[in-house]
Design a protein around this ligand. Structure first.
Ligand code: HEC
Ligand code: HEC
Ligand code: HEC
Length: 363
């Protein structure tokens, strides 16, 4: 057919009528209910291909806006930090080295893929995009605390390690000791151990922390007033009695303390005297043992720092500075102080406090 004759048949008006008819037909089909949305029938191959193609393109494009991961991304402490959370919140959909073919995902559409080779398919920033934002229409959830870049990266580090983790390695990283008589404590010990040690720098030391601070902090996570994808998930569903019991358990372990040994250096000077030129008070006036000069914080929920992990202290100070930490009803006090702390002061004071508890803390 020649174009001139075609253009005679297809007038703009006829084209519009045809389009409207198609739309009405589509609506009628959807309204009639014959389109099956059952997961049991799966997708047609072309639907699956089209959806996955759109997903891949979207991840690739939006990954350009993800922040650059840190240079020490694959450090063992990062892998360890995410392992327990992977087991409780990802493995039932994606499987794990211990559960290669879980049964539920085989009945989902789309089926959550095994992740052992995810780091061959996706770059570091693409993985971070997927973990932070999830994937629409698939059930793949977004990160509980999207402001925590560092937490998303720990999960990316874990996904990159997954391809070479044996079942035994996975067991060691993702499960804690069995605590048959206390399920809630078993849940915490998966990451923190029974003694609340830092597990090689993966977690804060919570052993020896004041019970008042532990209690108030667990409640702050539960309310969402303190932001952490790992901890907000871990405290979800705890009862009041659980919180009190867990706080008392960890407070009774060896670990951090409120006394520091006299020491020299920039970190010690900040802790004991503050940074007068930056209007920063001595850290010890709040974090140290109650004294004649400041007797009133004995019962307040202020945390102990001596013997805390250095990476954790520095990380928390930077989160306070960015306004991403949150915390208990006293957190605003610390935020104002952290805002005035220069970067080199943060590292020096973190190192001082970590060393101040060496020999006493459970590693
Ligand atoms: C409710 C089930 C579900 C849970 C829970 C879940 N995911 Fe997913 N995830 C999916 C599905 C379904 C897809 C596939 C999306 C697609 O291909 O369109 C997916 C995709 C992914 C991908 C991309 C994999 C690939 O090769 O295409 C990664 C990486 C991933 N998830 C990581 C995680 C992590 C980490 C967690 C835990 C924090 C998690 N997922 C929790 C269902 C889940
Ligand atoms: C999946 C691993 C994981 C589990 C399970 C877990 N935690 Fe944590 N916990 C963390 C991480 C990671 C942090 C550091 C959070 C941050 O960076 O803000 C943390 C922080 C904490 C803090 C704050 C410490 C401080 O000095 O402010 C307390 C208290 C705590 N956890 C107690 C518990 C208790 C009690 C349980 C059991 C109900 C538990 N955690 C379960 C990983 C876990
Ligand atoms: C005026 C009192 C006050 C002073 C001075 C103070 N802090 Fe704090 N700090 C707090 C309070 C209160 C919190 C607890 C916030 C919360 O409950 O969420 C805190 C929390 C912290 C935390 C988080 C601890 C954890 O376990 O999560 C760190 C790290 C910290 N402070 C470091 C410092 C350093 C370093 C200095 C000195 C430069 C300092 N603080 C000075 C009141 C103070």
């Amino acid at each position: 057919m020649r174009w001139s004759r075609l253009s005679f048949l297809v007038t703009p008006r006829r084209a519009l009528i045809a389009l409207a008819a198609l739309a009405v037909a589509g609506l009628l089909i959807a309204w009639s209910g014959v389109i099956s949305i059952s997961a049991s029938s799966g997708h047609w191959r072309i639907t699956y291909w089209a959806l996955h193609w759109v997903m891949q393109n979207s991840i690739r494009t939006y990954a350009l806006f993800e922040p650059e991961p840190p240079v020490d991304l694959d450090a063992p402490a990062h892998v360890r930090r995410a392992a327990g959370h992977f087991e409780t919140s990802c493995a039932f959909c994606h499987g794990s080295p211990l559960r290669v073919n879980p049964i539920l995902p085989a009945h989902m559409t789309p089926m959550p893929p095994p992740l052992a080779n995810a780091s061959d398919t996706w770059s570091r920033r693409e993985l971070s995009r997927i973990v932070r934002h999830g994937v629409k229409y698939t059930g793949m959830p977004s990160w509980i605390a999207p402001e925590r870049d560092d937490e998303v990266w720990a999960m990316v580090a874990f996904l990159r390690a997954l391809s070479h983790l044996s079942a035994a390695d996975y067991q060691r990283l993702a499960f804690g000791p069995a605590v048959p008589e206390d399920r809630a404590l078993e849940g915490c010990a998966r990451c923190h151990g029974l003694d609340g040690g830092s597990q090689g720098g993966a977690f804060p030391v919570i052993g020896g922390q004041s019970a008042a601070y532990l209690d108030a902090t667990l409640r702050a996570f539960a309310k969402g007033a303190r932001h952490s994808g790992y901890m907000q998930f871990a405290v979800d569903g705890l009862t009041d009695a659980d919180v009190r019991r867990l706080a008392a358990h960890y407070a009774a372990q060896p670990g951090v303390s409120d006394t520091v040994q006299p020491a020299e250096g920039a970190g010690a000077a900040i802790a004991l005297r503050g940074l007068p030129e930056a209007d920063v008070p001595a850290c010890e006036s709040c974090h140290g043992a109650p004294s004649k000069r400041s007797p009133d914080h004995r019962n307040r929920a202020y945390p102990r720092l001596a013997g805390q992990d250095a990476g954790y202290i520095a990380g928390q100070l930077r989160l306070f500075k960015q306004g991403a930490r949150g915390g208990t009803e006293y957190a605003h006090i610390m935020r104002r102080i952290a805002e005035r702390l220069p970067d080199d002061a943060i590292d020096a004071v973190a190192e001082f406090y970590s060393a101040a508890g060496r020999g006493r803390r459970a590693e």
